[in-house]
Write a protein that binds this ligand. Structure first.
Ligand SMILES: Nc1ncnc2c1ncn2[C@@H]1O[C@H](COP(=O)(O)OP(=O)(O)OP(=O)(O)O)[C@@H](O)[C@H]1O
Ligand SMILES: [Mg+2]
Length: 380
């Protein structure tokens, strides 16, 4: 990372060999300043309050009165708003989970580069979140063909029209749905053209496809088999960088919950889950809601959008709400003629026919998700 700002680090570590390893790695660089290494977990919150580090690193296996997991919880609840990087070993794998105060995970052994990069990303990610400068919204559904790509594209364009600098990411890495929708030539760069080790802002500018509708699009690889070259780590890094460049990021996702899809969802502030009045879609949506809850996603992170809300297929609004356990947040009507034609022309329908009811629905959803107006956008 080209960033030269100094990162003030506080470490909670009681294994001398590990703290020595961290000290050694940090001694040969200047970006991170190590404030102190504390071996006693019970002293960390007070020390953080006093020293005001940019990042706290906690060993998950920290022993003593206040053990690793407890310390992570105390830091999260302290009101200090300092991001926490959790250090672990391969035998104790742990997932990043900002809601639980785990802003990043470092698994031993790691290199100095990994250490510094993780600390830098964690700090800037938290700053961007705190400033509320960027909203990352994943459009997801555990059922195919419900309108994810169509909604992601039009939602991004609607946010762009609201004056937000907006990026759209084609997270359907295998089929590149947006590439197909926009009829982008195969030689246009994709997420694969980003360097895997040190992604910088200038690299991103070179690979983003500028759509005439005013948004920047990060395309999926041009061929199916290339999708597996993109790792979860790559997408995490890419999103954390894009967060600094844009005010809104919309992600089109595939139906399968792969490791990469989960990384996209993890990195999102909001998961816009698309449902339709179709029993299989509803069934899968319930199953995924349970999975989301067990990963620790809060109810507030997931929002439900009922697409083709005027085609109920014999299922009532109340039945749908009962099945998914809450009232859907948004509704969007069906408009076969406009939507299909606009899609076939690679045009956003919010531009092709801004006054159509379906376009108004998308704008209402965009406004609510951008945080400009409170409240849901369900039509009554
Ligand atoms: N509100 C709507 N009214 C009319 N047609 C719609 C609407 N939403 C989506 N469609 C149509 O439904 C079809 C599927 O949409 P889309 O490709 O966006 O779904 P998807 O969830 O991305 O599918 P996949 O699972 O294959 O990625 C398209 O032909 C699209 O034009
Ligand atoms: Mg799609």
């Amino acid at each position: 990372m080209a960033n030269t700002t100094s990162i003030r680090l506080l470490v909670a570590e009681d294994v001398p060999q590990v703290s020595q390893h961290v000290r050694n790695l940090l001694s040969i660089q200047s970006q991170v300043k190590l404030l102190e290494v504390l071996t006693d977990g019970s002293k960390v919150v007070d020390a953080a309050r006093q020293l005001r580090p940019d990042v706290v690193m906690v060993d998950l296996l920290l022993q003593g009165k206040v053990k690793g997991p407890q310390l992570i919880e105390r830091l999260r609840d302290s009101g200090l708003e300092i991001p926490v990087v959790v250090l672990t070993v391969p035998q104790h794998p742990l997932a990043r989970d900002p809601n639980r105060g785990i802003d990043a995970v470092l698994t031993l052994p790691f290199s100095g580069f990994e250490l510094v990069n993780t600390l830098a990303h964690t700090m800037t990610d938290r700053q961007a979140r705190a400033a509320g400068v960027c909203r990352v919204i994943s459009v997801f559904s555990p059922k195919g063909g419900v309108g994810k790509t169509t909604i992601a594209f039009n939602l991004a364009v609607a946010m762009g029209q609201m004056g937000l600098s907006t990026a759209l990411i084609d997270g359907s890495l295998q089929y590149g749905d947006l590439r197909a929708l926009l009829k982008v030539p195969n030689d246009v760069p994709s997420i694969l053209d980003l360097p895997t080790d040190r992604v910088q802002q200038s690299d991103l500018h070179d690979v983003m496809w500028r759509d005439p509708a005013g948004i920047d699009i990060l395309l999926a690889p041009p061929r199916v088999e290339m999708a597996e070259m993109v790792t979860a780590r790559d997408v995490e890094k890419t999103i954390s960088l894009l967060r600094r460049l844009y005010e809104a990021i919309v992600i089109d996702t595939p139906t399968t919950l792969s490791e990469v899809t989960l990384a996209l969802l993890d990195s999102s502030d909001i998961i816009l889950s698309i449902v339709t009045y179709d029993s299989t879609t509803i069934h899968n949506t319930i199953a995924v809601a349970e999975a989301f809850a067990s990963i620790g996603y809060t109810a507030d992170k997931v929002r439900y959008l009922v697409n083709r809300a005027d085609s109920s297929g014999g299922i009532s609004r109340e039945e749908l709400a009962r099945a998914i356990g809450r009232k859907p947040d948004f509704e969007m009507i069906s408009d076969g003629r406009l939507v299909v034609q606009a899609n076939n022309e690679g045009m956003p329908f919010v531009v092709a026919s801004p006054d159509a009811a379906v376009s108004r629905d998308v704008r209402r959803i965009a406004t609510a998700l951008a945080g400009r107006t409170a409240g849901a956008a369900v039509r009554h």
